[in-house]
Design a protein around this ligand. Sequence first.
Ligand SMILES: [Cu+2]
Length: 462
Amino acid sequence: MPIRLSRRTLLTGSAAIAGAAMLPRVPLAGEGKAIDLTAGPARLPLVGKGHPETLVWAYNGRVPGPELRFRQGDTARIAFANGLPEVTTIHWHGLRVPNNMDGVPHLSQTEVPSGGRFAYEFALKDAGTFWYHPHSNSGVQLAHGLSGAFIVEEREPIRVDRDLLWVLGDWRLTKEAEIAGGFGHPMDSTHAGRIGNTVTVNGAILDEVPVRAGERVRLRLINTANARVFALEFKGHDPQVIALDGQPMPPHAPKGGKVILAPGQRADLVLDMAGKPGERFDVVDGFYPRMAYRLTRLTYGTEAPLRESPLDAPIALAPNPLPEPDLANAVRQDVILDGGMHGAMPKGAGPRGPFWALNGQAPMGHHMEPLITAKRGQTLVTTFVNETGWWHPMHLHGFPFRVLKHNGEPTPHREWRDTVLLGPEETAEIAFVAEEAGDWMLHCHILEHQETGMMAVLKVTA
Ligand SMILES: [Cu+2]
C-alpha cells in the first residue's frame, strides 16, 4: 500500500476543520438550452482551513464538477469547452448514449484539443445516478479532479424528505496539499492502482453531515476515485439499497451491512434517520483491512423528530426500460483477466507495461482489435475470470448488464450494473443485449490497470 491515509497526517491536531461545510451545490438542470461545461485549471480548498489550496483541474471551476440534473425522457445538450493544456473528452458513465457521444478517443470520437469545443447531445432513456469524466489520459485527468454527477430524475420519484449526493473522491496529496506526481509509476500500475491519501466528499473533507431525527433521506453515492474501493458502514442505521449503478433493484439491506463501491460504481440508498436528537453516528469506510477510517459522521440536530416512526411510503423504484437478455439464444464468451504483480505479464511487457491483459491481449498504442464481436440485437453472456491476485471493477460502455452469477452462484437479485467488481480469483457472469452498433470499450475502472493493458473493444455490427 503506497502511503498511509495522510488525511490523518495532514489534519493531525487540526481543530479548525470541525464543521467544514459542503461546497455549495447548484444543480444545472434543463431540457432545451445547452449547458456550458468548461474544463480548466482551478485552485480549491480541498483539505480545508489552515491548509494551502490545491491546484486542480475542474469543470466550471468546481470539484466535483456541476451536478447535472435532468428528467427521464429529456434530451441532454452539453456545450463542452476544453480549457486544459491537453486534449480531453467526456464519457457519460452508465448512460445509454449513441456511440458517437460516448467520449472514447480514437474509438468513438476525435479528441477535443486544448482550446477546442464539442457539442454532446443525447436522449436520456434511463433514470438514475450516473456520472461524467474524461476518457483521455484518464489516470491523470480524473486524479486532478475532473468528474461530476449526472442525475436523471424518475418520472415518478419515490417520496423522501431530502435527496443527498456524496461524490466520493480520493487524492494523493503532498504535505503542501498539492497533487503528488508519479503518474504511471509501475508500483501503482502492477498493484492496486493509484490509491490516494485524502478522501473527500463533494470535493471537501466532510466531518459532519447534519441530519434530523425521523427524516428519510435518499443518498446517492458515486465513487470517482482512480483506484480506491469503499465499503461504507452506517453505524446505528439500516440503509436500504434501492439502485446500483443507477439501475433500480428490489430494496434490500447491503450484505454484511457494508455498501461496497468500486471505482465507477454508484449506489442509491434510502436512509431513515432512526437516531435521537443530539446523537452522532460514524460512517466508516473499512474496505482495506487495518486501514478503516471515519469517512464522516451523521450529526443529529436538537430539534424534535420529524416523525415518530419511519415514513410509511414505498421505496422501490420503477425499473428502467432496458432490453431483457435472451439467454436461450445468447452468444457465450469468457474474458480472462491476467497479469499484475505475481501474475502472468503479457508478452512483450516492457518497464512501462503492458502489465495486464484480457484473454492474453493488451492494446498496442491506439489500435485495438475487437475482443468480442456481435451483431446488433444479439444477447451476450460474458464470464469474467479473474486469474490475478488483485481487485478489478470491470466496466462496459453502452450496455448495462445483468449480473447473473458470482463465483458460479446465481446472484439473488440478478442486478443491472455497468461496472462489476471482481476480487482476486473470482468470476462473474453477466448478460446484456448489444442494442447499439459501434465500437464500445470494456475495461477495468482502476485507471492504472486500464492504461496498462486491461481494456478491450466490443464491436457491434449493424
Ligand atoms: Cu483492474
